[in-house]
Design a protein around this ligand. Structure first.
Ligand SMILES: Nc1ncnc2c1ncn2[C@@H]1O[C@H](COP(=O)(O)OP(=O)(O)OP(=O)(O)O)[C@@H](O)[C@H]1O
Ligand SMILES: [Mg+2]
Length: 422
């Protein structure tokens, strides 16, 4: 258009131009406008992008010049001065209430406690139990107790969503991502890839939750591909001609049945295939992956009494308050130590956790005894410390005591003991 003289070439010089032109002249939606707008701003240029992407681009800064025309004609008219385009407004998604609430869950006191601890410290969680005991139900209620995204996190999360083309209407939200891919998910869907190296579920769950229901049904390769992101907090996609690294700071939540028929370990039940049923099923999850899960709990079937009794469960709002308090303690602590990018105990490095979760005398004795008896790996040892730190933070206590370590250690036992017993 500039070549034809239909638009002033010199005016276009100060803009980065993005969009997909359709045959009738309208400019249609493209992915990745938010990071492009931020980059354009850094180069002190304006941005011309499709109208549906305008609200998204406006987040890049209040000073950046953004033109979001519906069509090429609208853009030509703007430069001619006959119909001047207004700057799009940054839009926020209305956080409609209506997340499922913890008050719906009957019984399951210990599972609720574990969910709260996981939320407070950003720890990985695995729930094992018979069908219909409420595992999926519990996991779906985790978003309702997580604190909203911090402004810096919100920008990171939105940029990934933008690249994946998943920002609906260009609106941002401060709700933490909750991704629950089906167990048929492929490797590319999980860690990212494809022609345009699209971010995968682990990256789309950045600063939020990746929920894997029916955990052993995922293919072993897909599960093991999670090992690296879980450890480093980012995900590297290497292709023949380029490599891309997406952040993937996630909280993994997994749910599974103890065996194929689902009832192993239930009182009065024996699997048709005996102990093999449980062993074969649980062996689909590799040891190293299991080692990365800080909290493993059994979710037993709900008793009839619990179901019949009128519900007395606490609602999400009050649990969320405790979680928020514990998170603000963590955030403040890491800020004071000079690590403003760390916001939860789960993210903190080995050296740092040894510094901030120094147990008292009796706690240390218990930890040593448990490490020896349960043959903790070095990773397990540090992860126990992290969970214990979170438990102390939930109580608002400065030092990590024996009681916190005892609870943290108990969360690592569930699967080991049941597999050993089998
Ligand atoms: N603790 C509970 N309190 C109230 N309702 C429950 C509870 N547990 C299960 N239910 C009811 O059972 C249904 C199924 O629960 P859910 O899907 O969470 O089970 P699950 O443990 O994930 O089972 P599966 O192993 O088969 O996936 C729920 O939709 C709910 O109606
Ligand atoms: Mg389920």
């Amino acid at each position: 258009m500039a070549g034809l003289g239909a638009m002033p070439a010199d005016a276009l010089q100060s803009y980065v131009v993005l969009g997909e032109l359709s045959l009738d002249g309208t400019i249609t939606h493209v992915a990745g406008v938010l990071p492009a707008a931020i980059a354009a701003n850094r180069q002190e240029k304006g941005l011309i992008c499709p109208a549906p992407c305008g609200p998204e681009a406006a987040w890049a800064g209040s000073d950046i010049d953004i033109l979001a025309p519906r069509s090429l004609i609208a853009l030509a008219n703007h430069f001619r001065g006959t119909q001047v385009l207004t700057r799009p407004e940054p839009a926020m998604q209305a956080n409609a209430a209506g997340l499922p609430d913890l008050a719906d869950i009957r019984g399951q006191e210990s599972a609720r406690r574990a969910l709260e601890v996981a939320a407070a410290g950003g720890h990985n969680l695995m729930m094992i139990g018979p069908p219909g005991s409420g595992k999926s139900m519990l996991a779906q209620r985790l978003p309702s107790i997580l604190p909203p995204l911090l402004p810096r996190e919100l920008l990171e999360v939105s940029m990934i969503a933008s690249i994946a083309g998943e920002l609906t209407g260009g609106k941002l939200t401060d709700r933490r991502p909750f991704r629950a891919p089906h167990h048929s998910a492929s490797m590319a869907a999980m860690v990212g890839g494809g022609i345009r190296a699209r971010p995968g579920e682990v990256s789309l769950a950045h600063h939020g939750v990746l929920f894997l229901d029916e955990f052993p049904e995922f293919t072993p390769q897909v599960l093991d591909s999670l090992r690296q992101p879980l450890e480093t907090g980012d995900c590297m996609i290497a292709r023949a001609n380029h490599r891309i690294s997406y952040p993937a700071q996630i909280q993994l939540v997994a749910a599974m049945n103890p065996c194929r028929c689902g009832m192993a370990g239930e009182p009065g039940h024996s699997c048709a295939r005996g102990p093999r049923c449980r062993l074969d099923y649980q062996a689909r999850i590799s040891g190293p992956l299991l080692d990365r899960i800080d909290i493993r709990i059994d979710v037993p079937a709900v008793s009839a009494t619990d179901l019949i009794r009128p519900s007395v469960s606490e609602d999400s709002a009050s649990v969320a308050q405790r979680v928020a308090r514990a998170r603000s303690i963590q955030k403040r602590r890491f800020e004071q130590l000079g690590f403003p990018s760390i916001t939860t105990n789960a993210q903190c490095s080995v050296a740092l956790i040894e510094q901030v979760a120094q147990p008292d005398g009796p706690g240390l004795a218990l930890l040593q005894q448990a490490s020896e008896q349960m043959r903790f790996s070095a990773r397990a040892y540090h992860r126990v410390l992290k969970v214990a730190r979170t438990l102390a933070d939930l109580e608002g206590q400065e030092t990590v005591g024996r009681i916190h370590l005892a609870e943290a250690i108990s969360y690592r036992m569930s699967m080991d003991s049941s597999t050993l017993a089998a």
